[in-house]
Ligand binder design. Sequence first.
Ligand code: FPP
Ligand code: MG
Length: 299
Amino acid sequence: MEVLVEVKNQIKKFIEVCSYPEALELLEKLATGKMLRSKLILKIAGISEDSIKLCAIVEMIHAASLLHDDVIDEADTRRGKPSINALYDNKTSIMFGDILYSRAFTELSQMDKQIAYHVSNAVTELSIGEMMDVDLTNSFNTSYEKYLTMIYKKTASLIEASARSAALLVGLNSEKYATYGKNLGLAFQMIDDILDITQDSKTLGKPAMLDFVEGKVTIPYLYLYERVEDKEYLKSLYKKELNSDELNWIKEQFKKTKALEDAIKEAKQIGNEAIKSVIDEENSEDLVQIMRDMIEREF
Ligand code: FPP
Ligand code: MG
C-alpha cells in the first residue's frame, strides 16, 4: 500500500520537529510492523491529511508502547530484528519511547476533541493492560475473564480507539466501528497467542513457545488446563525452560484435548462478531478482508 509510505513519512516529519538528529537515527532503526492500525484507519476514513496524521499518531503510540514493552519483557528481538534495547540499551528504548509518545500526544491535542479523548484514554487502558499482563505472570492464571480483560486493555483498546476515531473523522457510526475494532483487537491478540505455539521462531521473529515459559497463560493454555487430565504436571512445567520431551507432551495434549483447535475457533468466533457489527456499512467488504488477512496469518 503506497499510502503506508505516506504514513511513515508523516511520522518522520513529526519527529523532525524535535530538531534532534539522534531521534531520527533511532526512528530509522525501528523495524516496521504490519501497520494493522493504519490499514484499519485508512479503510474506514479513506486517504486524507487528517487520516494520515491519525495513522501516524497511532503508530507512534504503538511503537512507543513496544519500546517500553521490550524493556519490560527483556526482549532482544522485535519484528525479526534486534530490538532497540538490544541494539543500544534499556535507557535508550525508554527515552525514545517517551519522545515518540509525547510527540504523538502533541499532535493528538490538535485533532478533534472526541478523537483526542478516545485515543488518549486508550493509552491509559494500554498501560493498565500491560501491568495486568505482568501481574498475571506471577502465578498460574486459570481465569478466562482475567485473560480477556487483560488482552482487551493491552491490545484491543487502541485498535478500538483507532476504528472509532477513523469513523469520527468522516462522520460514520462510531459505535459500530468501535465494536468492530474491539473485537478485531481481541481476535488479533488471541491469534498472536496461538501463533506463539504453532509457528517456528524464524517465522515469528522471536523464540517460539515462549509465552508459557514467561508465565503467560494464554487462551490455548487456559483451555488446555481446563481439559488436561494431569493438571499438576502441566502446572509443574509452568515458567520452566522445557526440554524436548516436555515440549512434545504439551503439544500432544494440545491435540488430544483439542485446546488449540478450540482456541482458534474462539478467535474466529470473535472475528465474526466484529464483522456482524459493520455488515450493513458501505465498506464492510474491506473490513471483512482486514479480518480475514489477520486471522489467516499462518497458523
Ligand atoms: C505487547 O504485548 C505490548 C503491548 C501491546 C502494550 C504495551 C503497553 C505499554 C508498555 C504501556 C503504554 C506505554 C506507552 C509509552 C504508550 P506482548 O508482550 O504480549 O507482545 P510481544 O510478544 O509483541 O512483545
Ligand atoms: Mg512483549
